[in-house]
Design a protein around this ligand. Structure first.
Ligand code: PLP
Length: 397
């Protein structure tokens, strides 16, 4: 007899993976779909990193790793944090996990008791929301929209804090909006949260390297909040290593220790071979992957310009990650062949059906007027996709 827990039953499946599945099915029926729904760079992992993985296999890196990751890798990460971010962390404060996704799960499981509240800046990566629920916490969303470039209002953050707030989480560069917080934005957040030292700040910096003006800022740079901040990062996005599954945290020692304890009972640590490849990625200068960032920047400019030419679409101009998050709400209420488009989810399905382009509804990220378009695809496909989106939207009257 089937018996699925309430915990799993109440969990939403990933909307991005669902959209990818839908477009895969259509492709299998021979329909030519352009997929702009997935959050993964379309580049191969660079050769110098792949070679380090091959060498690790040849050198028999095939036994259980230490639970928090190899010390060499933790030291390299601590060194990177000094080199790139001017932050001081000891290797003991670094924990390597099976993707940043597991790093996040470790943190939620380590900090939350049932009923604890987690403030999530919207638009947000939907995994935050679902993992908080899984850890029996309560997500509390602070909204923003395109009029402030998807940056929250600081007063609303202050208002959302209660005696039950344990965590605040945001990503910069942001998935889904691509918004990058400036030093000043982060300082304002730090000013508020430093008055609440019992709240831990999760700073998700997984898109750090995909930054078009080259100035990544971490909230951990402010001494008044450093001891209450955990940085989440990894190699998936910047080094095009999504399948290697390496993420990490740099945290106050008590939290690193709790995450190690959780991880010890959940995965025993992550792949040895991947760790050696990540060591190569992180030890080298980020200049090695600059070519990917340059390409993303050119694509972004192409996509933003193309979308802004479509009537009724207002596109943001993000400074990082590889997504745009246009406001498409002017199409809500319009119809085609008697069917009225009521919201962003219906519009995404309409674009898939009539434009043969897969995008993700903003509703999956807590934002109702938007769709997320990933530009991790060739320029030719992006040009064709914009044409198709334009043609399909033109059907709506
Ligand atoms: C904002 C954000 N954080 C974390 C992750 C997790 O990355 P990974 O588990 O591949 O390291 C992703 C991946 O989509 C992301 O978009």
């Amino acid at each position: 007899m089937e018996h699925v827990s309430t915990r799993i039953k109440s969990m939403l499946p990933s909307a991005t993976l669902e959209m990818a599945q839908k477009s895969r099915e259509l492709k299998q029926q021979g329909i030519d779909i352009i997929s702009l729904s997935l959050g993964e760079p379309d580049f191969d992992t660079p050769d110098y990193i792949k070679k380090a993985g091959i060498k690790a296999i040849e050198n028999n890196y095939s036994k259980y790793p230490p639970v928090p990751g190899y010390m060499e890798l933790r030291e390299a990460i601590a060194h990177k944090l000094k080199r790139d971010n001017n932050l001081d962390y000891k290797a003991s404060q670094v924990v390597v996990s099976t993707g940043a996704k597991q790093s996040l799960a470790n943190i939620f499981l380590s900090i939350l008791d049932p009923g604890d509240e987690v403030i999530i800046f919207a638009p947000y990566w939907v995994t935050y929301f679902e993992q908080v629920k899984l850890a029996e916490g309560i997500p509390v969303v602070v909204q923003s929209d395109i009029s402030t470039d998807f940056k929250i209002n600081i007063e609303e953050l202050e208002k959302a804090i209660t005696s039950n707030t344990k965590l605040v989480i945001f990503s910069s560069p942001c998935n889904p909006s691509g918004t990058v917080f400036t030093k000043n934005d982060l300082m304002q957040i730090a000013n508020v949260l430093s008055k609440h030292p019992e709240i831990t700040i999760i700073s998700d910096e997984i898109y750090e390297l995909i930054n078009f003006d080259g100035t990544h800022e971490s909230i951990a740079q402010f001494p008044e909040v450093k001891e209450q901040t955990v940085i989440v990062n990894g190699v998936s996005k910047g080094f095009s290593m999504t399948g290697w599954r390496i993420g990490y945290i740099a945290a106050p020692q008590w939290l690193a220790d709790a995450c190690i304890k959780a991880q010890g009972q959940i995965t025993s640590g992550t792949s040895t071979v991947s760790q050696m490849a990540a060591l190569e990625a992180i030890s080298n200068s980020p200049d090695e992957i600059r070519y990917m960032v340059e390409e993303f920047k050119e694509r972004k400019e192409l996509v933003v310009a193309g979308l802004n030419e479509i009537e009724g679409v207002i596109c943001n101009n993000p400074q990082g990650a590889f997504y745009v998050f246009p406001d498409v709400s002017s199409y809500f209420g319009k119809s085609y062949e008697g069917k009225i488009i009521k919201n962003a989810s219906e519009l995404s399905l309409f674009i898939l059906e009539h434009g043969k382009v897969s995008v993700v509804t903003g509703e999956a990220f807590g934002s109702s007027n938007t769709i997320r378009i990933s530009y991790a695809a060739s320029k030719e496909s992006l040009i064709e996709a914009i044409k198709r989106i334009n043609n399909s939207l033109a059907l709506l009257k």
